[in-house]
Design a protein. Structure first.
Length: 281
C-alpha cells in the first residue's frame, strides 16, 4: 500500500506475511462447551486470548486480542487451540506449547504462547486490539486525524481474497522461450472462509486480457482456508519495464480489485498481485 498508493504508518510486510500448514488440536468451541459457556446469554460477547511471557512494545506487559464469541463457537469457523503443526509439536517460534489459530482472520488474533482464554462481555482492551490492525477511513490521513476513529472503527478480522506473483520477481531479467512465452508462478488466498480459490488470471497488459493458471497444489480436496499454488505460461513482448499482474477469484465470488482503498495502517491490501520493471530478452 505504501509502495503503490501513498505513505502509511505501518510496517512493510510486503507479500510474506502468510502461513499455510496443517494444524492439530481441539476446537476452541469444544473447550468452551466443556467449560459450560452459555452462548444464549452472552450475545455480543468476545473471547480474549492472552500471552504474558514477555513485555512488548509501548510498555505493555502482555500481548492479546479477541474474537467474537459467535465465531469461536461456530463449528465451521475451525478456531483451534493448536498443539501441533505439520505432524510435530509446535516449534517454539510458532507458539510452543499451545497457541490459538483463527483461520482466514488477521494473524494478530492467533495468539502464540497462550496463557489464558477469557470469555467476556466486550472485546479486548489490549492496546494492539484497540489502536492497531484496523482499516481506518481515508480521512484518517495521519496519526492526529486517526485519534477520533480508533474507538469507532471495528478491529480487523476477515482477510480479503489475494494473490501474489512469486516468480519472476520485480526487476528480474527473463529470457523468452522459443514460443515467445514466460512461466509465471504464485499463490492465491480466498476471503476468510469463502474458499477455495477457483480462478487466477495472469496478464501482461493491465488486465485487458488474461491467461488462466494451472493448479500446482493441491490437485484435489482443496480446503476452504488454504492457499492455492499456481503457474501460468503467458506471452509477453521483449523489452524493459514490463509488468505482470494476477487476479484471484474465490468460490464465494470475491475478486481482487485494481483500485484498493488506502488506509493509514496499510492493512488488508487486496490489489492485484504484481511484479514490475521486468527486462524480457
Amino acid at each position: 500500500m505504501r509502495t503503490l498508493l501513498k505513505e502509511v504508518d505501518g510496517l512493510d510486510w510486503f507479500e510474506g506475511a502468510v502461513m499455510n500448514c496443517i494444524w492439530k488440536g481441539p476446537k476452541l468451541r469444544d473447550i468452551l462447551n466443556r467449560a459450560g459457556v452459555d452462548v444464549k446469554n452472552m450475545k455480543g460477547s468476545h473471547v480474549e486470548f492472552a500471552c504474558h511471557k514477555v513485555p512488548i512494545q509501548e510498555g505493555a506487559s502482555w500481548y492479546g486480542g479477541s474474537i467474537e464469541l459467535e465465531r469461536a463457537m461456530r463449528d465451521g469457523a475451525d478456531v483451534l487451540v493448536a498443539l501441533e503443526t505439520n505432524g510435530e509439536p509446535l516449534p517454539m517460534k510458532h507458539g510452543y506449547p499451545v497457541r490459538i489459530v483463527v483461520p482466514g482472520v488477521s494473524g494478530c488474533r492467533s495468539v502464540k504462547w497462550l496463557d489464558r482464554i477469557t470469555v467476556q462481555s466486550e472485546e479486548s482492551k489490549h492496546l494492539y486490539h484497540r489502536f492497531d490492525y484496523k482499516i481506518l477511513p481515508p480521512q484518517a490521513n495521519d496519526k492526529e486525524a486517526a485519534k477520533q476513529y480508533w474507538h469507532v472503527t471495528p478491529a480487523l478480522h476477515d482477510m480479503p481474497v489475494n494473490s501474489v506473483v512469486a516468480i519472476p520477481q520485480t526487476g528480474d531479467e527473463i529470457k523468452l522461450s522459443t514460443a515467445g512465452t514466460i512461466e509465471v508462478k504464485g499463490y492465491a488466498l480466498p476471503k476468510v472462509d469463502q474458499g477455495p480459490v477457483v480462478k487466477v488470471e495472469v496478464s501482461t497488459n493491465d488486465g485487458r486480457t488474461g491467461e488462466r493458471g494451472d493448479i500446482l497444489i493441491p490437485k484435489e480436496g482443496q480446503s476452504k482456508w488454504a492457499w492455492t499454488l499456481r503457474k501460468a505460461t503467458i506471452r509477453i513482448d521483449k523489452g524493459s519495464k514490463k509488468r505482470v499482474i494476477s487476479r484471484a477469484t474465490d468460490k464465494g465470488g470475491n475478486v481482487q480489485t485494481d483500485k484498493p482503498q488506502w488506509n493509514l495502517r496499510g492493512v488488508a491490501y487486496d490489489g492485484f498481485g504484481e511484479v514490475r520493471d521486468l527486462l524480457v530478452v
